[in-house]
Every structure is written in C-alpha cells, then in structure tokens.
Design a protein around this ligand. Structure first.
Ligand code: 5GP
Ligand code: ZN
Length: 141
C-alpha cells in the first residue's frame, strides 16, 4: 500500500487539497481520486487528476489506485470538449521530466489553437472569477 502521506512527513499540497485541508477548484471527486484546476494553468481549464492516496509516481500506487486514476482521467477527458475539442494529457515522472509536485498527477490541458503547444509561455495564477465559470462547465456530470 502506498503511504497516505509523504515519507518525510512534510505536508504534500495535493494530499492537503485531496483532504480538503487546502483550497482547490474541485471538478470531480470520488473515494479514490480528485480532479481540480491547476493554480498556474498553461491554458484556460488546465486541470490535474490526482489519486487521494499519496505516491510520487504511478509505480508507487497500488493497482486499484492506478485503475481508479485512469477511470477518472477517462471521465474527465470526455468533459474537456465542453471547453475545446483538443487537449493534451501529460504526466511528468521525476524532476528531470519536469515534476515539481511529487504526488502523482495527470495534467489535462485544453488546446485552443496555439501555434506550438509545447512552446514555454509565461504562466499566470488562476483568475478566481473565471475559475468559477470553468468549474461550472467541467464539474457538471
Ligand atoms: P508537475 O510539474 O509536478 O507535473 O506539475 C505540478 C503542477 O501543480 C503545476 O502545473 C503547478 O502549477 C501546479 N500546482 C502547484 N502548486 C499548486 C497548488 O497549490 N494548487 C494547485 N491547484 N496547483 C498547484
Ligand atoms: Zn501527497
């Protein structure tokens, strides 16, 4: 079983959001997973899909949590079309791959026709007013 919190005992922000001890714009949640908006979105509606139980990488999760995570990824990817027809699904595993929060998560990034979706762009903090509209769009079943 993966540990319920980081081995170091340090607070993990995604564990905190999953436990509702830290705020998040939640789009979906069930017993095993949660999806919420990224605080520094690449595009409007960029969100993360996260297992409730802590693990840094997919390999740190037990099989049931891996399956539950993929079910929620599938469920949420089918909602993205409400914002944009195209999207990227990404997982960064390890610092060299760009992982900065070491609680496994998939990024779902709606795409609106940027010339080069992988070109780095400045990221600005989520606008709370617009975040409310995105939640209304994506949280509906
Ligand atoms: P990584 O680079 O680890 O794959 O992605 C981590 C993501 O988490 C980044 O896109 C970053 O903007 C997002 N993030 C970091 N801290 C927070 C936070 O406190 N709340 C939310 N909602 N997202 C966060
Ligand atoms: Zn965690």
């Amino acid at each position: 079983m993966p540990s319920p919190s980081p081995p170091s005992g340090a607070a993990c922000i995604f564990c905190e959001i999953a436990a509702h001890r830290a705020p998040g714009y939640v789009l979906y949640e069930d017993a095993d997973t949660i999806a919420f908006l990224d605080l520094y979105p690449f595009t409007r509606g960029h969100f993360l899909v996260v297992p409730r139980r802590h693990g840094a990488r997919l390999a740190d999760l037990d099989e049931a949590d891996r399956i539950a995570l993929m079910h929620t990824v599938d469920r949420m990817c089918r909602r993205v079309g409400r914002l944009a027809p195209d999207y990227n699904l990404a997982l960064n595993a390890g610092a060299a791959a760009g992982q900065i929060v070491f609680h496994v998560h998939f990024h779902v990034i709606p795409r609106y026709g940027e010339a080069n979706p992988f070109h780095p762009r400045p990221r600005v903090a989520l606008d709370p007013e617009d975040a409310g509209r995105v939640v209304a769009t994506l949280a509906a079943p």
